[in-house]
Ligand binder design. Sequence first.
Ligand code: HEM
Length: 494
Amino acid sequence: RRQRHSSLPLPPGPRGLPIIGNLRDVPTKHSWLTFQQWRYKYDSDLVRFNLLGSEFVVVNSLKVAIDLFDRRSRIYNDRSNYVFSVDLCGMGWLITFIPYGNFWKDTRRAFHRGLGTDAVKDYIDVEVSAARNLLVRLHKSPEHFMEHLRHMAGRIIMRSAYGIKVQDDDDPYVDIAERGIQALNEGMNAGSFLVDSIPILRYIPEWFPGAHFKRFAKELRIPVTGMLEKPYGYFKKQMESGADLPQCAASTLHENMMSKAEDPEYTESFIKASLASMYTGGADTTVSTLGTFVLAMVLNPEVQAKAHAELDRVIGTGRLPEVSDKPSLPYVDAIVRETLRWHPVVPVNVPHRLIQDDEYEGYFLPEGTSLIVNIWGILHDPEAYPDPMAFKPDRFLKDGVIDPSVQDPMLACFGFGRRICPGRWLAKESVWITISTLLAAYRFDNAIGPDGRKIVPEEVYSSGVISYPQSFKCEIRPRSAECEALILAIANEK
Ligand code: HEM
């Protein structure tokens, strides 16, 4: 029991039981729905709960998230709450889990140099070419659309991070990265995080009954380390052999940082961490966003028809939009915003750890508290977004243009403070390019079941850190003969 240093109360929240705290109150699935109910039940934007002695506070409003994570960023952006479990699974290099400190700052700096605001312009061609490749793959096997989206995301990141041109099928580097991501997800779900709440578990030998999580964590280290080392190894080999390397984050970082490094070993360690974090942070998030887009189009044919009408009017049929067309396509822009809002990829972010006692609006927040932002809750606040469960791009428009008075979902969906998603520039660009390209070429409809009736996909989402739409069936067809001819012409360009 910690000594309290304040007479102020803690934020309100459910009463817990001795030792386990609120373990039974926090659902393991779709926790964001419960967090939103708590907001109303306790009439507070800050709700507290306790898990096995660890204090948590859920932030349920944009204003509070900005006040704490942006305005008090020095003390609200640590992540040392996972050091033991992360070390156990060999994930210590992943930016998301690096505690606030010099290694994290250097890794983020490298990320910004490689894929930050300015650098991202260099990869527009990569994103456009990946979106065109997606059109061709969809034409061949539309039923495997989720796999094609995954391939496209891998293609963009491998090329922009390491300069690797991914093969059309069974690419070894995508395979390594995918196995690494799967291992990371399994590690996060396997209970290894218990060692952070109950540190004594660290000393339990692997053979001890119930210590299977330790053996499991050890197995995960192989794919997780492969993801860090193998693509980087390829890049380095190419570089050392004097091969003609395409412009990529790895080459930018070598030019700008490695060549001037006082301690090359240390510099290389954070460069490698930033590059591998690009794939880890960028692949699944992009796939989930685009999966949500396809689901939204199938469930909302009237929205799709409006987008098609806008594209036909502005750029003409049988043509693909270019990035420079963006300002003339406000309805497509509104669809991108609504896709990011409707089912945010990260509904509840990975907790930020508070590094010193603090007070906010009459509540005491003790050092060591883990703060979670209910991103889903913020993006489903009926005051900001009336009828929040519906997919309505029109909510962002007024007189045919984007209405600046409607809260941009990008203010919340990429997180907050110094931990805000460093890949958001790349993500924003590639999501817009892919959505506009898909809308220009294809129509998404309900699949027809064996009984001849339309199959209406359910809006069911997974519950991990990254939330995905459950796999669903749909029909994806070129919008017209002209569009089909365009897709076949792209296929023949190769
Ligand atoms: C639609 C796509 C994406 C969404 C919605 C998204 C969302 C997020 C969110 C909510 C966070 C947590 C921020 C916080 O803790 O407050 C995050 C962190 C992160 N994202 Fe993204 N992201 C996306 C795409 C990407 C891409 C394309 C990359 C890489 C190229 C990336 C790399 C990362 C990394 C490395 C972190 C960890 C940052 C840190 O802890 O310092 N993300 N992202």
